[in-house]
Design a protein around this ligand. Sequence first.
Ligand SMILES: NC(=O)C1=CN([C@@H]2O[C@H](COP(=O)(O)OP(=O)(O)OC[C@H]3O[C@@H](n4cnc5c(N)ncnc54)[C@H](O)[C@@H]3O)[C@@H](O)[C@H]2O)C=CC1
Ligand SMILES: CC/C=C\C[C@H](O)[C@H](O)/C=C/C=C/C=C\C=C\C(=O)C/C=C\CCC(=O)O
Length: 253
Amino acid sequence: MSVANKVAMVTGAAQGIGRAASEVLLKNGASVMLADMNEMQGASTLADLSQQFGKSRVAFVKCDITKQDQLDAAFATTKSTLGGIDIVFNNAGIGDEGNGWELTVDVNVKGTMKATKTALDHLRKDKGGRGGVIVNMASMAGLNPNPCGPVYCATKAAVIMFSRCWAMNPDVSANGVRINVLAPAFVDTDLLKGLQGGAGINRPDIAAKMVQMVGVMSVEQLAEAFMELVTDDTKTNAVLTISANTGKAYYGQ
Ligand SMILES: NC(=O)C1=CN([C@@H]2O[C@H](COP(=O)(O)OP(=O)(O)OC[C@H]3O[C@@H](n4cnc5c(N)ncnc54)[C@H](O)[C@@H]3O)[C@@H](O)[C@H]2O)C=CC1
Ligand SMILES: CC/C=C\C[C@H](O)[C@H](O)/C=C/C=C/C=C\C=C\C(=O)C/C=C\CCC(=O)O
């Protein structure tokens, strides 16, 4: 599927991977709603992207994905401002392993689940949508256990299983919706800084060795992998892993 003239909503779009994915969607002719809880960073990203791609194809909505009312409003605003919705990238996520660990579960698991269910209500043809694709952000940390971030790893494993179960539901495919998962190793963003110990990670020394061993990708590499999951119509229930040293591979295939 070409993304030209399609409408996308990206959560966690104010910076990092979400911003890079939004940029590549815009470059390829889509309209994009940047959804993020960080209004200040969101406004700055909106200003940059509007300058590059024009004001009519990009907008920002404040949205905390743990809040159902804000998700409902974000989807409604996307449709009214940009003329519908075809692509949803549930990318927002955090990695606090310390005192804030419950928020990590709330955002990564419950937030992603709420956003996926809301996306299905807006995309499914039997619910008045026009079909489309949902990409949920997991991590290779959700596939391979390690001692550094048990909470983070468990949340990402939950995202993978939740997404795959929905993708297999015949009511979803029959109504024109594909669901895929992106599972990267380390990417050069603010989140990765948590591995240096600030977010209460267990054994930052082991994490540092893992980073050294696996390597670190650019956000642009992630945006390209995201686009593969969006544009390849044969991909549904696909989990695309990607790391700097080993490249891309579909899990289980
Ligand atoms: N950076 C890495 O090495 C990896 C990142 N990931 C995943 O990629 C996703 C994006 O992370 P990065 O770009 O690296 O991080 P980042 O910290 O640079 O960006 C995350 C964005 O999400 C937003 N956000 C956080 N909580 C939110 C909420 N409740 N509602 C709405 N927006 C919220 C933040 O304001 C921020 O703009 C996350 O789900 C992360 O777990 C997965 C594997 C590796
Ligand atoms: C990507 C981690 C981002 C943020 C760190 C958080 O702050 C959190 O507190 C801790 C998370 C701990 C994560 C530990 C490991 C993460 C591993 C990967 O993302 C993938 C790395 C390697 C995959 C190669 C392999 O295992 O085969």
